[in-house]
Design a protein around this ligand. Structure first.
Ligand code: ZN
Length: 418
């Protein structure tokens, strides 16, 4: 696969995955096309050597794995499906001042400012009672630009450029329409009807998010950058997904993309939950084999890394300031916010070096706090040696983030080489 084909597929994946549910559905489609067999956690598994499998939990987390004969030395690649966003409250409609607007709750640590003056749409999961009196879940993606959060004009806030702050309850309600007859359940029923779901008796609940309808794009004089929503962490999901689809089923590899990383990973489908552990126990039901597998394997926890921002260079330690388009970033933290250690770094760098792919190292400034990833959580739960890596990114947790056009393809090549 050429870098151009790789990046073109990436843009399509980003645009068609506005929520973790959609990302999971798209990855499952890819695994199915690549010949992976679907497993159900409710059923008994009869795994066959030489085959590859995938399964989901909560429709928002996914695991895919190969099942070679007597396998140890798995390469486990981990990423997360969720991104910071504005989530609709259960009863979202607010009718006042001549408009209908939406009550929202920020999900994760998002930068709020970039959400103003964008063309927004809505996507997510709806749970309802169908015509057959059964509870059913469906994904919806409105796609049309149906909402906007206008800025307050500078004439009404002279200090806006010096000290504007944003109140999460009152200042960021997306505006939907001036038609105050609008009914939210009817709107959802109409969305479901577009998919052929008719006779919905009652909408019970929804997990819907606002998203920027502007599509992912290649920018920069030489097409140097990729600009898109949700690069953190759909970029790593895409690389992990393509990597496991590109290797032969006789090679031991497992890919997991978990939901809820942006809010701490503690959930049934998050990396702090039981999904990976349960799955590994079922692949290796014999306890000694399970331990041998975890102790012989390597987890590559892939999440985006902060590239040095050329306008704010003082925010980085000058010896650990990754550049865009200069290769995968290895993340290190003395306090185990990242799980990398010298032996996992050596293993990773050795593979990259064999391919001639450059890597960079990142440490947060000692006088600043450090983020974390699913790496330390998985290392703690499973006991697997782990390295935290990521692709250099600007504007992380903005509504639109920027990464390099070369780096994701470089990570793909390294993972396949493993
Ligand atoms: Zn992330």
């Amino acid at each position: 696969m050429t870098k151009e084909d790789f990046n073109e597929g990436l843009l399509g994946f980003l645009d068609s995955s506005p929520t973790p549910f959609h990302a999971t559905k798209n990855m499952c489609g890819m695994f199915k096309n690549a010949g992976f067999e679907k497993l159900d956690e409710l059923e008994t598994w009869n795994l066959q050597e030489g085959k590859s499998y995938y399964l989901t939990r909560n429709d928002s987390s996914v695991i895919a794995f190969t099942y070679p004969k007597k396998s140890r030395n798995y390469l486990i690649v981990g990423a997360h499906t969720d991104s910071p966003n504005l989530k609709l409250k259960p009863n979202p409609l607010l009718k006042e001042h001549g408009v209908v607007k939406l009550g929202v709750e920020p999900y994760g640590g998002l930068l709020l400012n970039p959400w103003f003056d964008r063309d927004l749409s809505i996507a997510g999961r709806v749970s309802f009672l169908n015509a057959q009196d059964e509870i059913e879940d469906r994904l919806i993606d409105v796609k049309r630009t149906i909402a906007t959060i206008p800025s307050l004009a500078i004439h009404l806030d002279k200090d806006a450029n010096q000290n504007r702050t944003i109140n999460k309850q009152t200042d960021i309600c997306p505006i939907l329409t001036t038609n105050d007859d609008f009914d939210f359940d009817e709107f959802l029923e109409w969305q479901l009807a577009q998919q052929g779901v008719v006779g919905v008796k009652r909408i019970y609940g929804h997990e819907l998010s606002l998203y920027d309808a502007q599509k992912a794009s290649v920018v920069g004089l030489r097409g140097d950058f990729i600009s898109s929503a949700r690069l953190d962490n759909l970029l790593s999901c895409y690389v992990g997904m393509l990597s496991i689809c590109s290797i032969e089923a006789i090679k031991p590899m497992l890919f997991i993309a978990s939901d809820h990383e942006e809010v701490g990973s503690d959930s049934t489908s998050g990396a702090g939950g039981s999904f990976l552990e349960n799955t590994l126990h079922r692949i290796f039901p014999e306890y000694n084999e399970y331990i041998a597998m975890t102790q012989s394997s390597l987890m590559v926890s892939a999440d985006n890394a902060h590239a040095i921002h050329p306008n704010f260079s003082a925010k980085h330690d000058k010896n650990h300031a990754p550049y865009i388009n200069s290769g995968v970033v290895i993340k290190v933290n003395a306090n185990q916010r990242y799980a990398s250690n010298s032996t996992t770094i050596a293993t990773f760098m050795n593979v990259a070096e064999r391919l001639g792919e450059s890597v960079q190292k990142f440490v947060t400034r000692s006088d600043m706090g450090c983020g974390s990833t699913i790496g330390p959580i998985t290392a703690t739960k499973i006991g697997v040696k782990t390295i935290d890596i990521g692709l250099p990114t600007w504007a992380m947790h903005s509504i639109r983030e920027v990464c390099g056009a070369d780096d994701a393809y470089s990570l793909y090549n390294i993972l396949v080489e493993f």
